[in-house]
Design a protein around this ligand. Structure first.
Ligand code: PMP
Length: 401
């Protein structure tokens, strides 16, 4: 029909394009270090044993009625304990407004729309680290929230540009909203140290800023979800009313199940009730209420001490494999006699390594060595295996010498 004649194809999603090109490549040597999903040492997708066990337990035991608009209450409570701490007074005092969301993306989107509905124009903005997960830009753009950026990555040191970051926090208008990656910053793998987090929190306090934590990798950075919540806990100790977007995609391997949680700390229970009702109101015209299955898997795992322990062991297993591959990649490069410093490979943390390779060097990796990754030089460490790390190191050495 003529109705949609003016519709041009949307630009291809860049990261999905990398996967497509990888799949089309017939070389037996090909390596995909582009996608941000965990793989085992054979390069295969993983379903955690705790997830399989939870599925066995719930199979056939639940009906398919709608969840309440806010979602699965046990899943939400367990999520809050994970982020805010088992003994958090905020939870006890019912000061946190929280709803189940369509994974981390959905949590970000609901928060962005909530900002748009309730902030006066002077406060309607969000500060992102430079760089940040590219979807952040798309989410807040669609929610019509103006975007600013703060210094974060320091290309020369391939670490944190702490001084410039603190300067930006100081100079932002009082009462600004900042997005912070709670751990395992995507795409750089660069996190502030504990001491730096304390300084950041103090500066936020002085300027009356609001911290919104994107918590997409809790457990996958250090192997311990408690340790990976350090930044959040520091802000809570300092009395900040934070917000969190939590995702179970990576740390439970529930990517396609779309389970997450959005939470916002309020002044008291009454405010939390109001805020929660408005968060639900944002979700209502988009998808009404969230899906049942994945949230039930999460609540079954986190609500049972044995299953939770099994999960803790498995998330540590994933993190340890990634950390091991960082060491192996760096050692291989050093053994090849690369004159460059590859220390940042092991200094950075989480799923990604911001290698410092140029787009041209990445192009050569793909053309000459069938190695697929994003042109910003980001290596997904989860795609590195005992079997391909030597090949990968050699190729990186060749294109950077
Ligand atoms: N935030 C960051 C920084 C991420 O890297 C991701 C996953 N790529 C997400 C949020 C959310 O992903 P999902 O919607 O699959 O939970």
């Amino acid at each position: 029909s003529s109705w949609w004649r003016n519709v041009e194809p949307a630009p291809k999603d860049y990261i999905l394009g990398v996967t497509e090109a990888f799949l089309a490549d017939r070389s037996p040597d090909k390596v995909n270090v582009g996608v941000g999903a965990y793989r085992d040492d054979k390069g295969k997708p993983v379903v955690l044993e705790c997830v399989r066990e939870a599925e066995r337990r719930i199979m056939g035991s639940f009906n398919m009625e709608y969840l309440p608009m806010g979602g699965n209450a046990t899943m939400i409570e367990e999520s809050l304990k994970l982020a805010y701490g088992e003994k958090s007074d905020l939870i006890k005092d019912k000061r946190i407004a929280a709803i189940q969301t369509l994974s981390g993306t959905g949590a970000c989107r609901i928060f962005a729309d909530f900002q748009n509905r309730f902030l006066i124009p002077d406060h309607l903005q969000i500060y992102f680290p430079a760089p940040t997960w590219s979807t952040h830009h798309c989410i807040w753009k669609d929610a019509h929230v103006p975007q600013r950026s703060y210094h974060y990555y320091h290309p020369e040191s391939k670490g944190l540009d702490f001084g410039a970051m603190m300067g930006d926090i100081k100079n932002a208008p009082k009462g600004s909203i900042f997005l912070l990656h709670a751990c395992a910053h995507n795409p750089t793998g660069v996190d502030p140290t504990e001491e730096q987090w304390r300084e950041i929190s103090q500066q936020f306090k002085m300027n009356g800023h609001f911290a919104f934590f994107d918590v997409a990798y809790q457990g996958l950075a250090s192997g311990n979800p408690e340790k990976d919540a350090k930044a959040i806990r520091i802000f809570l100790e300092d009395g900040h009313p934070i917000g969190c977007a939590q995702s179970y995609a990576k740390n439970m391997g529930l990517y396609g199940q779309r389970v997450g949680c959005l939470s916002v700390v309020c002044e008291d229970e009454k405010q939390a009730v109001a805020v929660k009702s408005q968060l639900q109101q944002v979700a209502r015209p988009m998808y009404s209420n969230p899906p049942v299955h994945g949230a039930l898997v999460v609540s079954t795992i986190l609500g049972d001490p044995n299953l939770k322990n099994l999960w803790l062991g498995e998330v540590k297993g994933m993190a340890d494999r990634i950390i091991g591959m960082r060491t192996a990649l760096r050692e291989n490069l050093e053994k090849l006699g690369s004159p460059l410093s590859w220390e940042h490979i092991t200094n950075q943390i989480g799923m990604f390594c911001y290698s410092g390779m140029t787009p041209e060097q990445v192009d050569r990796l793909t053309k000459e060595y069938h190695i697929y990754m994003t042109r910003n030089g980001r290596i997904s460490m989860a795609g590195v295996t005992t079997g391909n790390v030597g090949y990968l190191a050699n190729a990186i050495h060749e294109v950077t010498r």
